[in-house]
Design a protein around this ligand. Structure first.
Ligand code: CAA
Length: 712
């Protein structure tokens, strides 16, 4: 019972769950709760019971690590049966049982609260069923009890989106019964006493839905299923959540619970769930850098400056302003500044039109961005993010100037996507303060922040960056300073294969379709039309000038030909696709691309052929895994998980596949290696197996475990 405390306070038994940091429900905590409720029921000095969390939260859910123990469906079924029975015994308490919620009541945490007779919460508490984000469904009765409390519509919304709901909305919906204004425990004890005086006990499982509610509920389930067929193709958990909720409408509580257990068991042993659980921990691991101890002093960022108000600079300024950090936004002249500010305003107008911000919030946020054309006041900022044009001479000059105009302790970050951070460090005169902050376009939306450490970057500058990333709502991943860093270095191999597949006979349309069916939000060609074909072309021009290529292997000339034709993508209404007007997003295949591909194939002496969808997925994912193995072996990424997090948050690699490295493990590294060798014999020496891939495959291991994930 060491995770559970038991006290009597004003004739109320107070059960405190104390399992830091988030009071996760390990098996001992589940059992401890039941024992404490039984003790309170037998305790003559207790009239009612309050269940509360120690520390900053109620219960953040089942302990996610425990799911790894469930190797088979049967393991899961028997464990869930025990949990369901335990919660029914808790619910059968003959003294009023009140959950007192602060911080978060998530997943199993909310399900414990649902099994209590009443729920009170602080005004800023949040409740949610985020299981779907882990590839599972609420498995401790949530699909059966939650609809009884708040109706099927909201239960579906919470279980399918996984987003937490704020206490006031939970109160209006009937999930929470009372909001406590002052001290939570005091309020909860008073509430519990009032229920004891009224002899009020309400078991959630005894609430019955009327025929109309059931009819509307079944319709909502059908509608949700139809919508998931489009939005969650190839994913198991969202559909399973609908099925479990539907079963609860069609059957009595116990039978609905049995169905929930079966559906939960199907999900928990799925690769989808393993992939999503892997990402949950990989994302948190990424914030831990071996030579940057937890207690490294991070600097508090109170004021920032951005140099360059183009697409990236403007998006970065918005990111800071959205986090409440005042920011100077510098451009070379007023015209460029006004252009940048107009784009920022347009972006906020869109946010407002979607109802995500009010006019007052927009004005308040915009007021945090101070436009300037000089370096005045740069001596007052804690960080500068340089976002000028991707040109080494220009960036070197900028860092020279920044070194002179900022305080010695100011962090100097470059948003370069490829250039050498050490060279910028030297140009600034204080390389210890210099590093890369590589944002992804659109910077105010994409969650990834690649934190690029140079040879001399101080560890406190890295700690500051990691803390800042969290504050900006980003997922920060620290990487080494190689060409393209990790994200763009791997992207180059992804794009190489896309271009070559096109030349060999696949169409732009086919490749994009296959990859979106695989789970990417947009295929490589659609993505380039959004990002701008000119951006990549300018980087290639720079590389040519220093005699480098982005990726080993044949270099397709089609992107450069499109650039020469002024086809930059959506912004010019033509790129890999045709668009009705500049800015339009509806892609129409253009026969010109087939013609260019035919010419490129002829030049390379290849006969175009029909290419199967499977080959497209295999070529592209193999290229990513092979280059990822190289990045890892060379030490530019700390761990395979960092690469997965980078690719998921930077380029939308499907989360339910766990990222390119995890996906390779599910395919099996022996298979991945044999593909690399096959491609080498078919296409050329540039398909060289990464040494780490060869080593791991020879040892029968994966990037992650002794036994490859596909054997689990
Ligand atoms: N199980 C195990 N560990 C957990 C955990 C959980 N449910 N929730 C959080 N943690 C750990 C994190 O891994 C992290 O550990 P480290 O410090 O070692 O890295 C630590 O707790 C703190 O977490 P965060 O860094 O995420 O802290 P935060 O303050 O940013 O966020 C949070 C807190 C909102 C609770 C967030 O951690 C979160 O969303 N947790 C997961 C919630 C969840 O998905 N619950 C459902 C679980 S599944 C379930 O309950 C199934 C069921 O039906 C029975």
């Amino acid at each position: 019972m060491s995770f559970i405390r038991y006290d009597i306070n004003d004739s109320v038994a107070v059960i405190t769950i104390d399992n830091p940091p988030v009071n996760a429900l390990s098996p001992a905590v589940w059992e401890g709760i039941e024992e404490a409720v039984a003790r309170a029921n037998a305790d003559a000095s207790a009239e009612a019971i309050v269940l509360i969390g120690a520390g900053s939260t109620f219960i953040a859910g089942a302990d996610i690590k425990v799911f790894d123990i469930l190797k088979t469906r049967e393991d899961s079924l028997s464990r869930s049966a025990r949990t369901h029975a335990l919660l029914k015994r808790v619910e059968d308490s003959h003294k009023p049982l009140v959950a007192a919620i602060h911080g978060n009541a998530l997943g199993g945490g909310l399900e414990v609260a649902q099994a209590c007779h009443f729920r009170v919460a602080t005004g800023d508490a949040r409740v949610g069923q985020p299981e779907v984000l882990l590839g599972i469904i609420p498995g401790a009765g949530g699909t059966q009890r939650l609809p009884r409390l708040c109706g099927v519509g909201m239960a579906l919304e919470m279980s399918l989106q996984g987003k937490p709901v704020a206490a006031p909305r939970a109160l209006a919906a009937g999930i929470v019964d009372h909001i406590v204004a002052g001290d939570l425990l005091t309020g909860a004890i008073a509430f519990a006493r009032s229920k004891a005086n009224a002899r009020a006990i309400r078991k959630t499982r005894d609430i019955t839905l009327g025929p109309d509610q059931i009819k509307v509920g079944l319709e909502a389930c059908a509608a949700a299923r139809a919508s998931l067929a489009k939005t969650a193709k190839g994913q198991m958990a969202p559909d399973a959540a609908v099925n479990a909720i539907e079963a609860g409408l069609q059957r009595p509580f116990d039978e609905g619970s049995t169905r929930e257990r079966e559906l939960f068991a199907d999900c928990v042993v799925s690769t989808e769930s393993k992939a999503l659980r892997h990402l949950f921990f990989a994302e948190r691991e990424a914030a831990k850098v071996p030579d940057v101890p937890k207690d490294t002093r991070a600097k508090d960022i109170t004021r920032a400056a951005i140099v360059g108000a183009g697409t990236m600079g403007g998006g970065i300024a918005m990111t800071y302003a959205n986090a409440g950090i005042p920011v100077l936004l510098k451009e070379v002249d007023d015209a460029a500044l006004q252009r940048g500010l107009a784009t920022i305003r347009r972006n906020y107008d869109v946010t407002m039109s979607k109802g995500k911000m009010t006019a007052a919030q927009v004005e308040q946020t915009l007021a945090l961005i101070t436009p300037t054309t000089s370096y005045d006041e740069f001596d007052q900022v804690d960080i500068v993010v340089e976002a000028v044009f991707e040109n080494m001479d220009l960036k070197r000059t900028t860092f020279g100037e920044l070194g002179a105009v900022t305080r010695p302790d100011c962090v100097l970050a470059s948003n370069s996507s490829t250039l050498d951070i050490d060279e910028l460090g030297r140009a600034s005169g204080r390389p210890a303060q210099v590093l890369g902050h590589h944002f992804f376009s659109p910077a105010n939306v994409m969650r990834l922040l690649e934190i690029v450490r140079g040879r001399s970057t101080n560890t406190d500058v890295i700690a500051t960056s990691l803390q800042l990333a969290k504050r900006l709502g980003k997922v920060g991943v620290v990487v080494g300073n190689c060409f393209g860093f990790v994200a763009n270095r791997m992207l180059a191999y992804y794009m190489r294969e896309a271009y070559l597949l096109l030349e060999e006979g696949a169409s732009v349309d086919q490749i994009d379709r296959v990859l979106t069916e695989f789970g990417l939000p947009v295929g490589p060609f659609g993505m380039q039309d959004i990002a701008g074909i000119d951006v990549g072309a300018r980087i290639r021009q720079y590389l040519k000038s220093i005699g480098k290529n982005r990726a080993e292997g044949p270099q397709s000339d089609i992107p450069d030909r499109l650039f020469d034709m002024g086809r930059y993508g959506q912004k010019t209404a033509a790129g890999w696709y045709k668009y009705e007007a500049p800015g339009s997003r509806t892609r129409t295949p253009d026969p010109l691309i087939e013609q260019l591909a035919g010419e490129a194939a002829a030049r390379r002496g290849i006969t175009r052929r029909s290419i199967a969808d499977d080959e497209i997925v295999a070529r592209i994912t193999t290229a990513l895994a092979n280059e990822g193995a190289r990045v890892l072996d060379e030490g530019y990424a700390t761990r395979a998980g960092d690469i997965d997090v980078i690719y998921v948050y930077g380029f939308g690699f499907p989360r339910h596949r766990g990222g390119p490295m995890f996906y390779a493990d599910t395919v099996g590294l022996d298979v991945v290696l044999s593909r690399v060798k096959e491609y080498r014999s078919r296409f050329g020496e540039y398909w060289e197996p990464a040494p780490l891939l060869e080593r791991l495959a020879a040892e029968g291991r994966g990037f992650y475990s002794e036994a490859a994930v596909h054997q689990m």
